[in-house]
Design a protein around this ligand. Structure first.
Ligand SMILES: [Zn+2]
Length: 416
């Protein structure tokens, strides 16, 4: 067992961080067996909504005109604008370069057709395996919404056959727009009403239980606006307390709350339209305190919420903080937030998730994050060495595996 000193510390941490196999706890990926829902390739990468938003920082083109173009044409415009006419310095732009580089392509070809060609000649399953290997990811949790009729068909007709893809039951349409969506539940065979009477509550619970079972959900999840409040007299709060939490408790799965997304601030931008706002931590305190037998995975979108979130996690062991979500996923913020979490919570949190929407996102999100956390962890262990504490390579490996995978599975109460 190698003893670590100031000379080999950086090398050992870098090696372990590079080597660890990740459980990516929140993505929007689907297995290759799910037809068009499975997104991969350079055109999908370039038309990622992060890049669409950044394209319109420079472009004067009408929104409608852009969205009426084919995916390949959109990709071409984005590539010309963000990579050729300007240097691609933003995190999402640089991400594309990281993907190409890791795939072994020559980024300086600067020719989209060449990238397309080189990727398309690789057989799909071989390509999927390669992406997982390059990203060092062993499994991903999806975001699964039975209210989406396209997705529902895949579950009903085919099911998921790739064990690397694990399911999470997404509750957004149920919690955020019940008045509009209760009719969908009726179509699915549940005898619900617009008002939350006793029968409706038990039917919603039946729906949740059925679908958790059907997709083998690891957790339930919802993204919520900054003004999310519980308890209050709203559909969201009432369905959460009356249906979701009792079923989570019964089937022993956590509820993931992703708080702070302000939907469709500029509706012309489609998926890129969303923004963020600071949320009220008191709702999380209320939930963790009132439902000690429920478990909550929580991430918040606003930078201003991060400090109070880690402090809240100190108070409640049923709260697991995770990820640097969406607009927080910029290197300097990730570094600051990760360091603060280590200082406040030790190793008892889940530092990152990819939010990948396109398969290759796994590469850049994890390649970038590994670099950042290796630097942050080195500083923390350095302080231990300065205190005369002997650290072994085995202990560093254990800690890193906890952060990248085991903390999640231990919290969920399952084995990977
Ligand atoms: Zn997401």
């Amino acid at each position: 067992m190698a003893v670590i000193n100031q000379d080999n510390l950086t090398m050992v941490i870098t090696k372990e961080v590079e080597r660890v196999q990740v459980t990516d706890i929140h993505t929007h990926l689907y297995p290759p067996g799910f037809g068009d829902m499975f997104l991969y390739g350079i055109d999908e990468l370039l038309t990622y909504h992060y890049l669409i938003a950044e394209f319109f920082r420079y472009a004067t083109m009408d929104y409608e005109k852009f969205f009426s173009l084919s995916k390949m044409q959109q990709a071409e415009l984005i590539y010309q604008t963000l990579f050729i006419k300007h240097s691609p310095v933003s995190e999402a732009q640089r991400g594309v370069l990281t993907v190409l580089k890791e795939l072994g392509l020559d980024v300086n070809k600067r020719d989209l057709r060449v990238f397309r060609e080189q990727i398309s000649i690789i057989p799909v399953m071989e390509y999927v395996n390669r992406i997982f290997a390059l990203a060092g990811v062993k499994e991903v949790i999806m975001t699964n919404d039975p209210f989406d009729s396209t997705e529902r068909q895949w579950w009903e007709k085919v099911g998921n056959k790739d064990p690397r893809f694990k399911a999470a039951l997404r509750l957004d349409p149920l919690l955020n727009d019940y008045e509009k969506n209760y009719k969908e539940l009726i179509k699915l065979g549940y005898r619900v009403d617009r008002c939350l009477d006793e029968n409706t509550i038990s039917e919603i619970k039946r729906y949740l239980k059925d679908w958790v079972k059907k997709i083998n959900a690891v957790y339930m999840a919802v993204s919520l606006p900054p003004d999310f409040t519980v308890p209050e007299d709203s559909y969201c709060s009432r369905i959460l307390e009356l249906c979701v939490l009792p079923i989570c408790k019964e089937v022993k799965i956590p509820l993931a709350l992703m708080i702070g997304v302000k939907r469709s601030v500029n509706p012309y931008l489609g998926l890129a339209a969303d923004s963020l706002g600071k949320a009220d931590i008191r709702s999380i305190e209320y939930l963790c305190r009132t439902y000690p037998e429920n478990k909550f995975l929580v991430t918040m979108l606003s930078k201003e919420n991060q400090h109070e979130l880690v402090v809240t996690a100190r108070k409640f062991r049923n709260l697991m903080v995770f990820g640097c979500w969406w607009f927080l996923n910029n290197p300097d913020m990730v570094k600051e937030i990760t360091s603060m979490r280590l200082d406040t919570l030790g190793l008892s949190f889940i530092p990152q998730h990819s939010d990948a929407r396109v398969l290759e996102h796994l590469i850049y999100k994890w390649v970038h994050f590994r670099k950042i956390i290796a630097g942050v962890l080195t500083k923390k262990y350095q302080l231990l060495l300065e205190n005369g504490w002997r650290v072994t390579e085995e202990e560093i490996k254990r800690d890193i595996e906890d952060l990248f995978s085991n903390n999640f599975w231990n919290f969920v109460g399952r084995n990977s």
